[in-house]
Design a protein around this ligand. Structure first.
Ligand SMILES: NC(=O)C1=CN([C@@H]2O[C@H](COP(=O)(O)OP(=O)(O)OC[C@H]3O[C@@H](n4cnc5c(N)ncnc54)[C@H](O)[C@@H]3O)[C@@H](O)[C@H]2O)[C@@H](O)CC1
Ligand SMILES: [K+]
Length: 514
């Protein structure tokens, strides 16, 4: 960029403070192909039906714990092994003294499920396949319903019809809590999409491994609280599985603040945007960077007519100030409220900023200009992109529906195509790096669905990154803590209230840094 950099008055921010080692990258999430291999290997070393017996016992045990006052249980079982798990649970719950009724979609085909049905009948349960799914008339709110219609064997390309659809209709209308076996029926394990429709469970017990689809797209709305049972079968070593981004995966990864810290040691964040009429976005990003703890925050207005920042700790800058030494040590968050004007500044930022995060209008400019995309790929240092699904679709040249249909595939493709770290925002944000690392965020809730929360996220990640974290750590921690702040806020008030962007920044400041 052109003329007149401000002379630095403190030493440059270090590139990296001591690396913050957390216990792990997070729990692995397994795709269905891996789960099938895992199941086959585990079954080889066990007596017949042992895995199903363990699965059914785990469902029964958890059902008792979650619904301790239940007096009766209604089990809806499909004709596959998911239904077999439900039949085992039904038998065990009856043996524990509960009144159990079973609805079975059709005569089971697999050996395991036929065994489970025979055992259930031998124990005195009246199980006749087919017929209308009629819940027990006196089923109450304390009682338990077990959804064992469909699991990993769901055919994703057809919406459930016939008896299974009728059973799903019945599940929609029940007062009692629904415990889903392995997956809420109809939810696609690998993507979190629905095969037309899916059961809304209060709880899900995921068997063997955790599935990515429980955490992203429609997964969070359908799975309820997620429980895990590995059935005592050792997990396969899969290096490339996505990881669950949760509190333990982020523990101990916050930037260090040594006693002798000063504003020059905590990094320089430049928030670049602020086209006319859009200055609020840049102020939100800058304020979030300040809350994250970055040492000096510069708010760059691309249009001099745009309102200057109102927070007294933010330095109002022209774009010309971001060049030379200032640019060489800057962490730049570009695009929040940038309008079309941001495009002209991107070549210099892509070339000169050692840490660069592109959001909103910067992403739109990138999608529209192949030369920018090429320049980004050629960068030696990390860049971070923070698209929502529509921006991701523009970057990939596809529809928003295609992005949402397989969010993991979309984010991986973006990371490869642009040579950048990417977070695809939305319910269960997904993260990917060009080297194949991948994560799904477990925090956050619908309170975040309001204007400006994305600008806050961009500035918050930038503020963490400016303090010396490496790019992947800053991205992971930033995304998780952004959602965790909303979770803490909602825990105090209950669901349903939107969280405005300024309050979100306060909630981020209040979040304990452990
Ligand atoms: N794979 C594992 O990890 C283990 C599997 N077990 C259970 O077995 C399940 C997988 O069993 P299966 O492979 O038999 O599959 P499922 O029982 O999940 O589904 C197969 C059944 O669903 C029907 N179906 C599939 N798609 C449908 C659609 N779109 N609409 C209506 N009906 C549809 C099929 O006709 C078949 O009857 C797991 O989810 C789990 O509950 C456990 O027993 C033990 C370990
Ligand atoms: K199920």
């Amino acid at each position: 960029m052109s003329s007149g950099p401000a002379a630095p008055d403190w030493p440059a921010a270090p590139q990296a403070l001591p690396r913050h080692q957390g216990p792990a990258e997070g729990l692995p999430l397994h795709d269905s192909a891996t789960l099938r291999r895992w199941e086959a290997e585990a079954a080889r070393g066990l007596p017949p039906h042992a895995l199903m017996a363990r699965a059914g016992a785990a469902v029964a045990r958890l059902g008792r714990a979650l619904a301790p006052h239940a007096r009766q249980v209604w089990v809806l079982a499909g004709a596959g092994n998911n239904g077999g798990d439900g039949l085992v649970a039904a038998r065990l719950l009856q043996a524990a003294g509960l009144r159990v009724r079973v609805w079975l979609a059709a005569e089971p085909a697999s050996g395991d499920a036929r065994w489970a049905l025979a055992q259930a009948r031998a124990a005195g349960l009246a199980v006749l396949p087919g017929g209308p799914p009629q819940p027990p008339a006196d089923l109450g709110p304390d009682d338990l319903v077990i959804d064992a219609l469909l699991g990993l064997g769901l055919s994703a390309d057809r919406a459930p019809a016939g008896p299974v659809a009728a059973a799903m209709d019945a599940l929609d209308r029940l007062p009692a809590g629904i415990l889903a076996v392995d997956l809420p029926s109809g939810l696609i394990a690998d993507t979190g999409g629905c095969a037309g429709r899916a059961v809304r469970a209060r709880w899900t017990l995921s068997l063997l491994g955790l599935k990515p689809g429980l955490w992203t797209a429609a997964g969070r709305d359908h799975a309820g609280a997620i429980w895990h049972e590995d059935l005592g079968a050792p997990a396969p070593a899969e290096a490339t599985t996505p990881r669950l981004l949760d509190a333990p995966a982020c523990a101990g990864r916050w930037p260090q603040r040594p006693h002798a810290a000063h504003k020059g040691s905590q990094g320089d964040l430049w928030a670049v945007g602020g086209a006319a009429g859009l200055s609020g976005a840049i102020e939100l990003a800058a304020r979030a960077g300040l809350a994250a703890g970055a040492g000096r925050i510069h708010a760059v207005r691309l249009d001099p007519a745009a309102a200057p920042p109102s927070h007294p700790a933010l330095m109002s800058r022209t774009p010309q100030a971001l060049q030379g030494e200032a640019l060489a040590r800057a962490t730049v968050v570009a695009g929040c409220g940038g309008g079309a004007a941001i495009g002209a500044w991107l070549p210099a930022l892509i070339h000169g900023a050692p840490r660069l995060l592109l959001d909103a209008d910067a992403l739109n400019a990138l999608a529209a200009d192949p030369a920018l995309a090429q320049a980004l790929r050629l960068r030696r240092t990390s860049a971070v992109l923070t698209p929502h699904p529509l921006e991701a679709a523009r970057l990939l040249g596809c529809t928003t529906e295609a992005v949402q249909a397989d969010r993991l595939a979309a984010v991986r493709q973006l990371a490869q195509r642009y040579g950048a770290m990417v977070v695809l925002k939305g319910s269960g944000s997904v993260l990917a790096a060009p080297d194949g690392r991948c994560a799904i965020n477990a925090s956050g809730n619908a309170a975040l669905a309001s204007g400006g929360t994305g600008d806050v996220l961009a500035g918050w990640i930038g503020g963490l990154w400016a303090q010396g974290l490496d790019a992947w750590d800053a991205l992971r921690l930033g995304v998780w803590s952004h959602g965790a702040a909303a979770d803490a806020w909602q825990a105090d008030r209950g669901p349903g209230q939107p969280l405005d962007a300024l309050r979100l920044i306060e909630a981020l400041q209040d979040l304990p840094r452990r």
